[in-house]
Write a protein that binds this ligand. Structure first.
Ligand code: ATP
Ligand code: MG
Length: 619
C-alpha cells in the first residue's frame, strides 16, 4: 500500500469561491463603479445607432421629410442632424468605452497584484513540509499564471455582464417599444440559449483545471533543467530532458486544444440558434410590416441584428468565469494551508545559548520510520557539540528541528531552559545562526549576501569584519568589484569553498549565541579545506556551536562528540576519550584517514599530531 497521503480538502462550492474572490475587489469598489458607469454609457449608445439609421433611411425615402419633428429637440434638418447625431453618439460611446476599459484594467491589475502578493507572502509562512510536498514549478505557475486567469472571473466577467447585459436590455427595450409583438418572438429563443450555456459550463471547468496542472508541468520541467543544467550535460541527460519536456508541452498543447475545441463548437452552435431566430424575425417583419415606415423597419432589424453579439458574449462569460474559478480554487487552497505553527509567546532579548535536547524522537510527516530516536544531550553556553555519523543517520534532521523547520512530537528541545515551542518563531530564529548543508545564495552582491535579511542595515565595516573572520575576505577583495560584485544565481560565479565561506560569514555577522553548522559533504581541496576550518574556528569561539562534520579533523576540539547511526546516538564523548574505545567513532576516523590517502602528509603544523593518532589506531 502506498503511504497514506493527507486527504484532499473538500472542494469549495463555485459560489463560495466566487464570493470570496469578489471580496478581493472591495478595495477597488470606487474604480469599479467608475468603470461600470463607463459601460452603462457605452451600452446606452447601442440603440442610438438603430435610431440614427431610422432617420437616415426616412430622410432618404420620405420626400419632404428632411425637416423632421423630433421629441424634445423640435424641428431638425436631417441633412445636418443625422451626421451630427452620429458623431455625438460615437463620441459618447468612446467616452464610455475609455472609462470602462481603463478603470477596469486598474481594477484587474490591482487584483492580480494583491493575489500575487498574498500567494507569495503565504510561501514565506508555509512550513517546510509544504515545500517538500509541492513542486516548485506548480507553486511558481500559480503565482504567474493562475492569478491572471482569476481576473477573468472577477472583473472581465462582470464587465461583460454589465456592458453586454445592459446593451441587451437597451436594445431589447427599444425593440419592445418599436414593436412588442415581434419582440416577444425573440424571448422564445432565450431558454434554448440558457440550456446550452449550462451544459458547456461543466466541461469548461474540468478542462481548465487540467490545463493548469499541465501548465505547471511545463514550468517544472523547464526550471529543473535550467537549475541542473550541469548535471544534465555531464550525465548525457539531454535526450531524456528533451523528451520529458516534449511530453509535458504536448500534454499542455493537447489540453489547450481540447479546450479550444469545446469553445469553438460552442460559439457557432449558439450563433446558429440566434440567427435562426433572426430569420424568423425577418420573416415576421416582412409578414407583419403593417403601416410602419421603411425607416422604422430598418431600425428594428438593425437593433435586432445587434442583439446576438452581446448575447453571445454573455454566454461566453461562463467560460471565463469557470476558468477563473478553477484558478481561484487552487489559489485559495494555498492561502488556506495552515502556516508554520507559531503558538509560543516567549521572547528573549538575549540568550546564553544553552541547548538541551531531551529524549527527542522524530518522524517525517507521511513517513513510517522514525528518523531520530531518543536523542539526548546538552550543550553548555560556549561549548561545541559535534554530530558525526554515516550519511542519512539524521544529522541534518536534528539541525532542522532546533529552529523548528519541522514539528517534532516526542521529546523536547530547550534553549536557555525554555522549550523552543514556547518561543515565537521569529525570536527563536533570531538566536540561531544556521549554515545549511546546501549553501543558498541570492543573485545579488557579495555584501548583500552576507548582510541578508535582518542584517541588511549593518555597516560595511561589520560586513568586512565578518568576511575576514570567515576567511572570505581574501577572495572577495580579488573579485572585480570587491564586495559589490554580483555573484550570479545562487552564487554560480563562485567556487564551492567560496560559497561556503560566504555562508559562514553570514552566520558570523548574525552573531547569534547558537550556531549550527551543517558542513557540506563536497570534497574540497586541502587549501580551501584549511580556509574553511580556520573560518569555523573563528566562528565557533564564544558561542554555543552544533557542528555537523564530515571531516573529523574539524571537530577534534569539540567538547562533546555525538556519533549517530540510524537516528540514534550510539557513542558520545570527547575525541580523546572516543578514539581509544575502538568503537564507531574510531572506525569512522580510521576510514577517513585511509580515504585521505597521501593527502594527509601535506597537512602542516597541527595536522601532524592527527596523523600520528590515526596511524596509531589503524590496524
Ligand atoms: P548526510 O550526512 O548525508 O547529510 P544526514 O545525517 O544529514 O545525512 P538527514 O538529512 O538528516 O541525514 O536524513 C535522515 C533521513 O531522513 C534520510 O533517510 C532521509 O531519507 C530522510 N529525510 C531527510 N529529509 C527528509 C524530508 N524532507 N522528508 C522526508 N524524509 C526526509
Ligand atoms: Mg545532512
Amino acid at each position: 500500500m502506498p503511504p497514506a497521503a493527507p486527504p484532499p480538502p473538500p472542494p469549495l462550492s463555485s459560489l463560495k469561491i466566487y464570493l470570496r474572490l469578489l471580496r478581493y475587489l472591495r478595495p477597488f469598489v470606487g474604480l469599479f463603479v467608475i468603470s461600470l458607469l463607463g459601460y452603462v454609457v457605452f451600452a446606452s449608445t447601442q440603440p442610438m445607432m438603430a435610431v440614427i439609421l431610422k432617420y437616415f433611411v426616412d430622410g432618404l425615402t420620405v420626400p419632404g421629410a428632411s425637416r423632421y419633428e423630433l421629441p424634445l429637440v423640435g424641428h431638425v434638418d436631417l441633412m445636418y442632424g443625422v451626421p451630427i447625431l452620429l458623431i455625438m453618439s460615437v463620441a459618447w460611446q468612446g467616452l464610455g468605452s475609455f472609462l470602462g476599459n481603463y478603470y477596469l484594467s486598474r481594477v484587474s491589475l490591482g487584483l492580480i497584484h494583491d493575489l500575487r502578493r498574498a500567494l507569495f507572502d503565504s510561501l514565506l509562512r508555509l512550513p517546510n513540509r509544504y515545500f517538500d510536498q509541492n513542486n516548485s514549478g506548480h507553486l511558481i505557475s500559480r503565482i504567474t499564471y493562475n492569478v491572471t486567469m482569476v481576473t477573468g472571473a472577477a472583473t472581465d466577467a462582470i464587465k461583460v455582464l454589465i456592458r453586454e447585459g445592459l446593451s441587451v436590455i437597451f436594445l431589447f427595450g427599444y425593440l419592445l417599444w418599436a414593436n412588442w409583438r415581434l419582440t416577444l418572438v425573440i424571448v422564445g429563443v432565450l431558454p434554448i440559449i440558457a440550456l446550452m450555456v449550462n451544459h458547456a459550463s461543466r466541461r469548461f471547468r474540468k478542462q481548465a483545471k487540467k490545463i493548469q496542472a499541465a501548465m505547471g508541468d511545463v514550468t517544472h520541467v523547464a526550471s529543473e533543467t535550467i537549475h541542473n543544467y550541469r548535471v544534465v550535460r555531464s550525465f548525457g541527460g539531454e535526450d531524456y530532458e528533451s523528451a520529458r519536456f516534449k511530453k509535458a508541452s504536448e500534454e499542455n498543447t493537447a489540453k489547450q486544444l481540447r479546450m479550444a475545441k469545446t469553445s469553438s463548437t460552442f460559439t457557432p452552435a449558439l450563433q446558429l440558434v440566434t440567427f435562426s431566430s433572426m430569420s424568423v424575425i425577418l420573416f415576421l417583419v416582412l409578414f407583419l410590416r403593417g403601416d410602419a415606415s421603411i425607416g422604422d423597419l430598418v431600425a428594428y432589424i438593425t437593433a435586432a441584428a445587434m442583439l446576438p453579439k452581446p448575447i453571445r458574449q454573455l454566454s461566453e462569460i461562463n467560460e471565463t468565469i469557470q476558468r477563473g474559478l478553477a484558478g481561484a480554487e487552487s489559489i485559495f487552497a494555498q492561502l488556506d494551508e495552515p502556516p508554520e505553527s507559531n503558538h509560543g509567546t516567549a521572547e528573549r532579548q538575549q540568550v546564553t545559548g544553552r541547548l538541551e535536547v531531551r529524549h527527542l524522537s522524530f518522524t517525517y510527516p507521511g513517513a513510517e520510520q522514525p528518523v531520530l530516536q531518543d536523542i539526548h544531550f546538552t550543550a553548555e553556553p560556549g561549548q561545541m557539540v559535534a554530530l558525526v555519523g554515516r550519511s542519512g543517520s539524521g544529522k541534518s534532521t536534528l539541525a532542522n528541528l532546533i529552529p523548528r523547520f519541522y514539528q517534532h512530537k516526542e521529546g523536547q528541545i530547550l534553549l536557555d531552559g525554555i522549550d523552543v515551542e514556547d518561543y515565537t518563531l521569529r525570536n527563536l530564529r533570531r538566536h540561531i545562526a544556521l549554515v545549511t548543508q546546501q549553501v543558498s545564495l541570492f543573485n545579488d552582491t557579495v555584501a548583500n549576501n552576507i548582510a541578508y535579511g535582518d542584517l541588511a542595515n549593518l555597516p560595511r565595516e561589520q560586513i568586512e569584519e565578518a568576511a575576514r573572520a570567515a576567511f572570505a575576505a581574501e577572495f572577495i577583495e580579488r573579485l572585480p568589484q570587491g564586495y559589490d560584485t554580483l555573484i550570479g544565481e545562487n552564487g554560480v560565479l563562485l567556487s564551492g569553498g567560496q560559497r561556503q565561506r560566504l555562508a559562514i560569514a553570514r552566520a558570523i555577522l548574525k552573531n547569534a549565541p547558537l550556531l549550527i553548522l551543517d558542513e557540506a559533504t563536497s570534497a574540497l581541496d586541502t587549501e580551501s579545506e584549511r580556509h574553511i576550518q580556520a573560518a569555523l574556528e573563528s566562528a565557533t569561539t564564544n558561542r554555543t556551536t552544533l557542528v555537523i562534520a564530515h571531516r573529523l579533523s574539524t571537530i577534534e576540539k569539540a567538547d562533546l562528540i555525538l556519533v549517530m547511526d540510524q537516528g540514534r546516538i550510539v557513542e558520545r564523548g570527547a575525541h580523546a576519550e572516543l578514539l581509544p574505545q575502538n568503537g564507531p567513532y574510531a572506525r569512522l576516523h580510521a576510514m577517513q584517514f585511509s580515504e585521505a590517502g597521501d593527502e594527509a602528509p601535506q597537512n602542516d603544523g597541527e595536522a601532524d599530531g592527527q596523523t600520528d593518532e590515526q596511524t596509531a589506531i589503524s590496524p
